[in-house]
Design a protein around this ligand. Sequence first.
Ligand code: FE2
Length: 160
Amino acid sequence: MATESEVHPHAFVVEWREGFKINIPQVDQEHKHLFALVKALNLETVDQTLEELLDYVVTHFSNEQALMEKHGYPAFEAHLQLHETFGTQVADFLSSGEPWSEERIQNLRRFLNKWLIGHIMTHDLRFGKWLESQRTVVAPVKSAAPIEKKGFFARLFGRR
Ligand SMILES: [Fe+2]
């Protein structure tokens, strides 16, 4: 394991790329923004950026789930479960209460990038292909209510 001074601040930065597209423009835009927020994590503004990131994760999951529900996606429940498991993993990571360091930020960024890529390229892509096979016109969805200033986890787990 590299010591803190050896960890380059931009290690593990993954840029969103065309190959991550699932061909649902709204979802692709939101994914792109998620990668930008993960990239923006840095030691000076970590608390603020992390709050913005987690808020946006909730908004994105809500929008994606709304789209799935609206179109009657058969794997909706399983997909919702994946989003909730992600929430639990993030909660576990943050619960150690360790002080932030370059290394801890890199660990978080590596976890987030890895999860996002794996999830998008498997499960979101599957939804994109299914939706395409339905040959329906996709109207954008928005969160029903403005973002409440409740905690991330309360909102993530309190939706149902
Ligand atoms: Fe998803």
